[in-house]
Design a protein around this ligand. Structure first.
Ligand code: FAD
Length: 355
């Protein structure tokens, strides 16, 4: 069977993982949710309360990005703040309370050419789903330093909006040179006394307007041609070790926090060739909805949002995805025999093709 062709996808999906796999005995679910961050668990909660008995695969990072942080102070409903991992346990418990089936496992291949959709979990376990909700998030890029990882959530952060307020009246370092780095450094000046932007080159990638704004801010200081070699501190960040790439000279900068703003990578590789994405790999959804270009496949959370990237917005779109999926399933009940997605889209008037 050929994948549905939307004409704008260069890569063709590799379906060799499905060769010789017998799907006749595969578990068949109304909805499979891929990912266990705020988007996935919220989608599971809503789908479970709609009696759709969703199955959710947690993936490589159970609980999602928030398990890598400490205090979350901007999620509504927690006036005293909450630890990221604790919050995600609550998300999970709430979804399970209504019957969501939450399992360990990573979806490794998908076949969106026919309904029911075919999914392979951990490379060997086949599943069928009448609708799929993607909530695979995006991973912040880090420098890859050992102490950067050790001090994550203890002064190291990849999210100024999330963590900036913890650094009132402190000196901060930020690494990066694009628009996001400029936005984040400007945001940090609301709290910090000084923000040192460390950049490996002698000019920025950021747009002229963002550069101008950052350069005009008295609290922002640029350190050019320089890389961060280490992050210092026992329990909290106390400084960073810098190396000038032109002179080879190393120095220490005393700061109370270290922000990494070198980009995010959406976890959408397995959907390449099926779903429309932007140049960075974020899934494109139809405006004001979670519909993708494949009818019956919905996308929520950071996997489709490179703008807001917050737990509350991820949860919001997780809710939207479950409601979209529920309504779409009501209009497009499963066929008795497998049918192509294109045929399914044509067959029933009034259905949503998502294109
Ligand atoms: C250090 C840090 C601190 C932050 N602090 C805050 C904060 O204070 N407040 C705030 O609102 N936001 C904060 N954020 C942002 C917030 O964490 C994200 O916006 C939010 O987690 C996105 O939710 P999501 O459900 O879209 O994806 P994620 O949380 O990224 O979850 C993605 C999920 O998908 C799973 N997955 C990926 N691939 C597969 C696969 N193939 N099969 C199965 N599962 C898969 C992963 O295992 C994971 O469970 C912070 C982010 C970081 C990095």
């Amino acid at each position: 069977m050929q994948p549905a062709d939307n004409g704008s996808r260069a890569d063709r999906p590799d379906l060799s993982a499905f060769e010789g796999v017998d799907f006749s005995e595969a578990e068949h679910r109304n909805i499979i949710i891929i990912g266990s961050g705020p988007a996935g668990f919220t989608a599971a909660l809503y789908a479970a309360r709609a009696n759709l008995e969703p199955l959710l695969f947690q993936g490589p990072e159970a609980g999602g990005q928030l398990v890598t942080t400490t205090d979350v102070e901007n999620y509504p409903g927690f006036p005293d703040g909450v630890l990221g991992p604790d919050m995600m346990l609550k998300f999970e418990a709430q979804a399970k309370r209504f019957g969501a089936d939450v399992r360990y496992g990573t979806v490794t291949t998908v076949d969106f050419s026919q309904r029911p959709f075919r999914l392979m979990v951990d490379g060997t376990k086949p599943f069928l789903a009448d609708a799929v909700i993607i909530s695979t998030g995006a991973s912040a890029r880090y420098l890859g330093l050992e102490n950067e990882k050790r001090l994550l959530g203890h002064g190291v952060s990849a999210c100024a909006t999330c963590d900036g307020a913890f650094f009132r009246d402190q000196k901060l370092a930020l690494v990066g040179g694009g628009d996001t780095a400029m936005e984040e450094s400007l945001f940090l000046t609301r709290f910090a006394t000084d923000v040192y932007v460390i950049h490996r080159r002698d000019s920025l990638r950021a747009s002229k307007i963002m550069q101008a704004r950052a350069k005009a801010n008295q609290k922002i200081h640029f350190i050019w041609d320089t890389v961060v070699e280490d992050v210092l501190g026992e329990k909290e960040v106390e400084g960073v070790v810098l190396r000038n790439l032109k002179t080879g000279e190393t120095s220490t900068l005393d700061v109370g926090g270290f922000f990494v703003a070198i980009g995010h990578k959406p976890n959408t590789g397995i959907f390449k060739g099926w779903l429309d994405m932007d140049e960075l790999g974020y899934i494109r959804t139809r405006p004001d909805s979670t519909y993708t270009n494949i009818a019956g496949v919905f996308a929520s959370g950071d996997a489709q949002d490179h703008v807001y990237r917050q737990a509350v917005t991820a949860a919001g779109t997780g809710c939207m995805a479950a409601i979209d999926a529920e309504r779409w399933l009501a209009e497009n009940p499963p066929a008795e025999a497998p049918e192509t997605v294109e045929a399914a889209s044509r067959a029933r008037p009034g259905n949503s093709t998502g294109s």
